[in-house]
Design a protein around this ligand. Structure first.
Ligand code: ZN
Ligand code: ZN
Length: 222
């Protein structure tokens, strides 16, 4: 029996950008998604997209970025209902607007937070900001009401996906554990070739979810 039948998962398309030189997808257009998990117990945000005001990001990706609070409002969700943030990982295209939610607990793997402190990993000011409150997790984590954080290493050591028992059945938020709908279906080669990445992808497919959403793809599965 599903315990989360009232929970909805709402995609928030927060940015369009151009993959920069040196990236395997150089020259192609990219998108950045966050997701709102909405229930009577409040809203959980999975990622917050690219932030504002960083010259290197603006020059390199030329992003067209939406304010996550405005995106929530346009989806009919009050930003004040956001009670938790969960991150796929702490690269700058996923945590850039956490600072819009001071005091809201941010769930990341302990290993990911440690990695994010290293120079060059992310935009430090988007991780370390006034009111930042981290909840460090080791492995899978039960958020209650049929909502789980899954430890899916590969793209980064502390990468996390989510599963949600929702109105549309079991939803997987893959993040980068599987990069695209085409990769999920086996129609594109894996973006990550490491053994942990392969195992994380297989783990998500084995759940036979009703819907899979990705961080950087407009398409969903199945
Ligand atoms: Zn990343
Ligand atoms: Zn990314």
């Amino acid at each position: 029996m599903s315990s989360g039948g009232e929970t909805r998962v709402i995609p928030l398309r927060l940015a369009a950008f151009a993959y920069p030189e040196g990236h395997p997808l150089a020259g192609q257009a990219g998108v950045v998604y966050a997701y709102a998990i909405v229930s009577g117990r409040g809203t959980i945000l999975y990622d917050t997209g690219i932030g504002f005001g960083n010259d290197w990001v603006d020059r390199t990706l030329r992003p067209n970025t939406r304010d996550v609070r405005e995106a929530l409002l346009e989806a009919g969700i009050s930003p004040s209902t956001v009670t938790r943030i969960v991150h796929s990982h702490l690269h700058f295209d996923h945590c850039g607007q956490d600072r819009s939610f001071p005091g809201v607990p941010i769930f990341v793997q302990r290993s990911e937070k440690k990695a994010a402190m290293e120079p060059g990993y992310t935009i430090n000011a988007w991780v370390d900001f006034p009111g930042a409150r981290y909840e460090l997790v080791d492995g899978d984590h039960d958020l209650g009401a049929g909502i789980w954080i899954l430890d899916t290493p590969g793209h980064t050591l502390g990468h996390q996906s989510m599963t949600i028992e929702s109105t549309e059945g079991l939803v997987v938020l893959a993040g980068h554990a599987i990069f695209s709908a085409a990769e999920y279906r086996g129609e594109a080669p894996p973006a990550e070739s490491s053994e942990p990445a392969r195992a994380s992808g297989e783990r998500l497919r084995a759940l036979h979810p009703a819907r899979v959403y990705f961080s950087h793809d407009d398409a969903t599965c199945p």
